[in-house]
Design a protein around this ligand. Structure first.
Ligand SMILES: Cc1ncc(COP(=O)(O)O)c(C=O)c1O
Length: 370
C-alpha cells in the first residue's frame, strides 16, 4: 500500500460528509443546509461566458489574471476600500478558496499559529492544520460573535502568523462594525500582525459594511464572485494585499492552479452591469422572515449579512442531537460542531423559496417545543 502523506491525517471531513450522506438518503427534505445562492448566473454574465468561448478565450491566461479584469477589480477595490491599490497588490484566483489556499501556502510554516475567531468557516481550520500550522481559536460566543480586542491581544504569541477574519460571516451572518474593526486593527498594528480578511459575502450586507482593508494597512483581502453572482461552480476570486505576499501567492499559483479559469475571467467583465440590489433585497426579506419566526423560540446570533442564521439548540440538546432530530423529521440543517469547537448551535442557510423557508422555520419551532 502506498503511504499517504502524513498531512492528510491532519484534516477531517467527517462532520460535513455525514450531513451530506444523510442528505442523499432523505427524500425531498426541507433542505436549509446548502451554502450557496438559489439564483442562477445573471443572463448578461452567461452570455459573456458563451461569447468568450466563441471568441476562443479558452487558453491559459497570465497567472495574475487577464488585464481588463485586473483593471476592473483594482477600480472596484479602490472604490470599496478607499485605497489606491497598485498592480502588484492584486492576484486573480480560482475562487476565494483558491486565494485562501495560496495565501496559507505562502505564509504558514510548521508550528505557525493562525488566530481564527470561533465559529469559523470550515476550510480555515482544516487548511491551517493541513499546512502544518496550529489554529488558535478566539472564542466569540460571549461577545455577541464579535471580536474582543483584549482576548485577541492575549492570544498573540511570537508564533502567530495571521488573524483570519470573515465578515459578513459564515456561519453567523455577523458583520464586524467599523469600530470593532478599528479595535482589532489597533491590536494588530501594535504587534505587526497580518489580517487575512475573507469578504466573500461583502455584497450581502443588510446594514453598513466596512472592509478590514479600509481601517488596517496590513490586510490581505480575499473576495470573489461565487456568492454575489451565483457563480459557485465557475471558480473566480481575487486577493488584494501587501505586494510581497501577492508575489509569493502568484508564484505558487504559477506551479499549481496556473491561472483562474479563462472563460470565467472574461465572463466576469460583465459583472458590473448586474444590478445586485434585487438579490440582496430578496435575501434581506428572507432573513427577516426567518428571524421573525425563529426569534420567538431560539436564541439567534445578530444576522447582519451573508445568508445564514446561527441559532442555539434548545435546552437539553447539543447542536448535533438537535440536527439529528431535524433529520429524523426530513429537514437538513448543519450542526454547529462543523464550524466550531463547541457543539451548541446549528446553521441554517435561507437561500430557498419562501414556502420551504416557512415550512422549515415552523418545523424547527415545533421541534424546539417537543
Ligand atoms: C466564508 C467563505 N469563504 C470562502 C468560501 C469559498 O468560496 P469560493 O467559492 O469563492 O471558493 C466560502 C464558501 O462557502 C465561504 O463561506
Amino acid at each position: 500500500m502506498t503511504q499517504l502523506a502524513q498531512r492528510t491525517q491532519r484534516i477531517d471531513a467527517s462532520g460535513i460528509r455525514r450531513v451530506f450522506d444523510l442528505a442523499r438518503s432523505l427524500e425531498n427534505p426541507i433542505n436549509l443546509s446548502i451554502g450557496q445562492p438559489d439564483f442562477d448566473v445573471p443572463d448578461g454574465v452567461k452570455k459573456a461566458a458563451c461569447d468568450a468561448i466563441g471568441a476562443g478565450h479558452n487558453t491559459y491566461t497570465p497567472t495574475q489574471g487577464i488585464a481588463p479584469l485586473r483593471r476592473q477589480l483594482l477600480a472596484e477595490e479602490k472604490a470599496f476600500t478607499q485605497r489606491d491599490w497598485s498592480e502588484q497588490e492584486l492576484l486573480v484566483t480560482s475562487g476565494v478558496s483558491g486565494g485562501l489556499f495560496l495565501a496559507l501556502l505562502a505564509l504558514v510554516e510548521d508550528g505557525d499559529e493562525v488566530i481564527i475567531p470561533d465559529p469559523y468557516f470550515v476550510m480555515y481550520k482544516q487548511l491551517v492544520r493541513f499546512l502544518g500550522g496550529t489554529p488558535v481559536y478566539l472564542d466569540t460566543y460571549d461577545s455577541d460573535f464579535g471580536i474582543d480586542p483584549d482576548r485577541l491581544a492575549a492570544l498573540i504569541t511570537p508564533k502567530t502568523k495571521a488573524l483570519l477574519i470573515n465578515s459578513p460571516a459564515n456561519p453567523t451572518g455577523r458583520i464586524l462594525s467599523r469600530s470593532e474593526l478599528e479595535a482589532v486593527a489597533a491590536v494588530c498594528r501594535k504587534r505587526g500582525l497580518l489580517v487575512i480578511s475573507d469578504e466573500i459575502y461583502r455584497h450581502f450586507a443588510y446594514g453598513p459594511m466596512t472592509s478590514m482593508a479600509e481601517v488596517y494597512e496590513n490586510t490581505l483581502l480575499l473576495a470573489g464572485h461565487s456568492k454575489s453572482y451565483g457563480m459557485t461552480g465557475w471558480r473566480l476570486g481575487y486577493a488584494c494585499g501587501p505586494a510581497p505576499i501577492i508575489r509569493a501567492m502568484t508564484m505558487v499559483q504559477q506551479y499549481s492552479f496556473v491561472c483562474a479559469p479563462a472563460v470565467t475571467q472574461y465572463a466576469a467583465l460583465a459583472c458590473p452591469q448586474v444590478e445586485l440590489g434585487p438579490y440582496i433585497d430578496d435575501y434581506r426579506a428572507k432573513r427577516d422572515l426567518m428571524v421573525s419566526i425563529l426569534g420567538e423560540h431560539f436564541k439567534l446570533a445578530p444576522p447582519d449579512g451573508a445568508f445564514y442564521l446561527w441559532a442555539e439548540a434548545p435546552a437539553g440538546y447539543t447542536g448535533t442531537s438537535f440536527v439529528e432530530k431535524a433529520i429524523a423529521n426530513n429537514m437538513l440543517i448543519i450542526p454547529g460542531a462543523v464550524f466550531s469547537e463547541r457543539d451548541t448551535h446549528f446553521r441554517i442557510c435561507y437561500t430557498v423559496p419562501d414556502d420551504m423557508l416557512r415550512k422549515g422555520a415552523e418545523l424547527l419551532c415545533k421541534l424546539a417545543l417537543d
